[in-house]
Design a binder for this molecule. Structure first.
Ligand SMILES: Nc1nc2c(ncn2[C@@H]2O[C@H](COP(=O)(O)OP(=O)(O)OP(=O)(O)O)[C@@H](O)[C@H]2O)c(=O)[nH]1
Ligand code: SF4
Ligand SMILES: [Mg+2]
Length: 413
């Protein structure tokens, strides 16, 4: 059975001090022995990940972390790793031991709030602490809207409430993805997808954004045609009516732009993914910043997964070449790859991010927020390539707000 890609799963993270029962709670919620449990504080060292189907939330990823009160050199490294997990959380559980609440809990709550991650407090080990009269009450420092749940991973008390809280807290954007493209086409509209089959294409399959585009057009009952860039002119010639939309891979956008009559709307998978995954308008604005690059500027190229670089790798070879052409000279380029990301250095004149197919919309938005907070404009690979090829305006024209943001960013530094 094909699994739901991680990038479309709700990510639920557990945070708290050591030994409060985070791993036990994960095991109890999933009904599986996912994480090792022991009474020795510091049992979980590296983040543990578990994907599963959880009614009524659907496909989720649970992330168990090391205690955030770990000290010493190794402990600090673990704490840092746990904090990085926050970058991936759509929703969180702050686990405490009974009603105990101290500086670590307050710090975790502050960080979650700062990152706009909805959370509930789970007062675990309720079996070992006498119930306070009335409902579970949380520390006075928390807003009344934060759910505080008395629970016991040992005897199952409160687990149904924890599940209900997760369902309530899960942000709309994480549970209900907007369509990738079907809303751009009329009923039974005709879509032409242009997919290059070059040395960079994975053997025997399509990449995720292409598969998602086909699936979304089928879901929306559109008429979808998939061709390579070489066959596009023939395909267009054979259609009785022009397609309602042409979508191509950024790598062939130049040719597809030439071969597609100017009255047919055209865009790229990158632009569609930017809208689906994050904030197209902010990313279009970030593309505008690339027009102001000058030699010597620092630029970060960022990927959300750490795949093995290929010959002629886009991040290592093609993009740097294009960006330096835009800047008119050498740039200081840095790279980062992985599900978690380092702090954005305010010195970057631009961050150019990949399509982020393996991360969730919430995770992409967290990256955009963090970059904006450091004053770094962010755009994505595809838009950078299209800008260098002079076709970005056409690609953005199906999205007037994004086009306006791009034009404004080009005009005003
Ligand atoms: N009485 C009681 N003990 C519990 C409960 N949940 C966990 N424990 C015990 O608390 C201890 C720590 O549990 P873990 O699940 O390993 O705690 P953790 O927060 O993951 O700990 P670290 O990975 O070290 O940060 C173990 O001895 C568990 O058996 C509970 O609901 N009630
Ligand atoms: S680099 Fe980005 S777009 Fe490419 S596969 Fe990895 S996550 Fe997906
Ligand atoms: Mg643990």
């Amino acid at each position: 059975m094909m699994e739901t890609p991680k990038g479309l799963r709700l990510h639920i993270a557990l945070f708290g001090r050591r030994n409060v029962g985070k791993s036990s709670l994960l095991n109890a919620l999933t009904g599986q022995q996912v994480s090792i449990v022991s009474d020795t504080p510091g049992t979980t060292t590296d983040p543990v990940e578990k994907t599963l189907e959880m009614a009524p939330l659907g496909p989720v990823v649970f992330l168990d972390t090391a205690g955030l009160d770990d000290a010493g050199e190794l402990g600090e490294l673990r704490t840092e790793r746990s904090l990085r997990v926050m970058q991936r959380a759509d929703v969180a559980l702050l686990v405490t031991e009974g009603e105990s609440w101290g500086e670590h809990e307050a710090r975790i709550a502050a960080l979650l709030r700062e990152r706009e991650i909805p959370f509930a407090v789970v007062q675990n080990k309720a079996d070992a602490y006498p119930a306070a009269p009335g409902r579970a009450h949380g520390p006075g420092v928390l807003e009344a809207s934060v759910s505080v749940i008395r629970a016991s991973a040992r005897d199952g008390l409160g687990l149904a409430e924890v599940r209900a809280a997760l369902e309530r807290l899960a942000p709309e954007r994480a549970l209900h993805q907007p369509p990738l493209l079907s809303d751009l086409l009329p009923d039974k509209g005709v879509l032409a997808l242009v997919v290059p089959i070059d040395t960079g294409a994975p053997k025997g399959r399509l990449i995720l954004p292409q598969v998602q585009a086909i699936r979304d057009s089928l879901d929306g009952r559109k008429l979808c045609m998939v061709v390579t860039e070489e066959e596009l002119p023939d395909a267009l010639g054979r259609l009785r009516h022009a397609p309602d939309l042409v979508v191509c891979d950024s790598q062939v956008v130049h040719k597809v732009d030439r071969d597609t009559p100017s009255d047919i709307p055209m865009t790229t998978f990158s632009v569609l993914m930017a809208r689906f995954k994050g904030d197209l308008t902010a990313l279009a604005q970030g593309a505008g910043a690339l027009t102001r690059l000058t030699p010597g500027d620092a630029v970060l190229i960022q990927e959300a997964c750490s795949h093995h670089p290929q010959k002629d790798d886009i991040a290592r070879v093609k993009l740097p070449r294009l960006l330096q052409k835009l800047a008119g000279g050498e740039l200081r380029i840095a790279w980062s790859a992985g599900k978690e990301f380092p702090e954005y250095d305010g010195a970057y004149k631009a961050v150019v991010h990949c399509g982020g197919c393996v991360i969730t919309r919430g995770q992409m938005l967290a990256r955009l927020r963090a970059a904006a907070a450091s004053g770094c404009p962010m755009t994505n690979y595809g838009m950078a390539i299209s800008l260098a090829q002079g076709v970005l305006r056409r690609e953005l024209s199906p999205f007037p707000d994004a086009l306006r943001a791009f034009e404004a960013a080009c005009a005003h530094p």
